[in-house]
Design a protein around this ligand. Structure first.
Ligand code: ZN
Ligand code: FE
Length: 251
């Protein structure tokens, strides 16, 4: 059984440490803040043996060097992470990485950046999705194209619905406001948004989230929904997605 330790990092990132008690191995999922990761690992009595980066942004790979210097951890990452640190093993769509006997499939979820991957552990029912999909939102499209981003989201939609999604930021409350604007008649969304407000009022994280719930409420995963398409236009789901993404940028 894997242990997942989640903790706040920087202003609104989450840090994740994934620990296999049988082997003693520990993976850092992204590295927003190297010192904080080392501190959290030490408090748990864990030593970080691997880093799995989702994409090259500094709030995801900026702590690689400090963690490697302190632990000798292996860096597993898409090629673009070389902008920030050396990589021991470059990964791309279709690759498999392992934490002891736990396997993770590498999925291309580019769109926020090029070379953005998610790590899906099918036997554990979890996926680390970085800044591709958020609870009730998706990442800003910095480097990608709408078609590419939509195809990436389709790969996430294809995961088993009971999958737990670990996204990298606490953006849910702001995302919920836009989601309600995008899809105002969605009753499941209204229930979800109220729950998010209540959790944030108590300072409780809204991450992780469940894929099934996102499929019913996250407008960016629902760009092919008839009601959303009618409201936002677009001859294809990718075009509807593009309209939603643009509206969110200026919301
Ligand atoms: Zn990012
Ligand atoms: Fe980020």
């Amino acid at each position: 059984m894997l242990e997942i330790h989640q903790f706040p990092c920087l202003s609104d990132n989450y840090g994740f440490l994934l620990h296999d008690p049988d082997s003693g191995e520990t993976v850092a999922i992204d590295t927003p803040d190297g010192a904080e990761y080392l501190k959290q690992a030490e408090a748990k009595g864990w030593r970080i043996t691997q880093i799995w980066n989702t994409h090259w942004h500094p709030d995801h790979a900026g702590g690689n060097k400090a963690i490697v210097a302190a632990t000798g951890a292996q860096v597993i990452a898409p090629q673009e992470v070389e902008k920030l640190s050396p990589i021991d093993r470059e990964v791309a769509h279709g690759d498999t990485v392992t934490l002891a006997r736990h396997e993770a499939r590498v999925i291309d979820v580019s769109g926020h950046t090029n070379g953005h991957v998610a790590y899906h552990l099918p036997d554990d029912g979890i996926a680390f999705v970085g800044d591709s999909v958020f609870a009730l939102g998706c990442g800003r499209m910095f480097e990608g194209e709408p078609e590419q981003f939509w195809n990436s989201l389709a790969r996430i939609r294809d995961l088993p619905p009971e999958t737990t999604l670990y996204c990298a930021h606490e953006y849910t409350q702001a995302n919920a406001k836009f989601a309600l604007h995008a899809d105002p008649d969605n009753a499941a969304l209204r229930t979800y948004a109220a729950e998010v407000d209540e959790k944030r009022a108590r300072g409780v994280p809204t991450v992780p989230t469940g894929l099934a719930r996102e499929l019913a409420t996250n407008p960016f995963l629902r760009a092919d929904d008839a009601g959303i398409r009618q409201r936002w236009g677009g001859a294809t789901p990718a075009q509807t997605f593009a309209a939603l993404r643009e509206a969110k940028d200026g919301f």
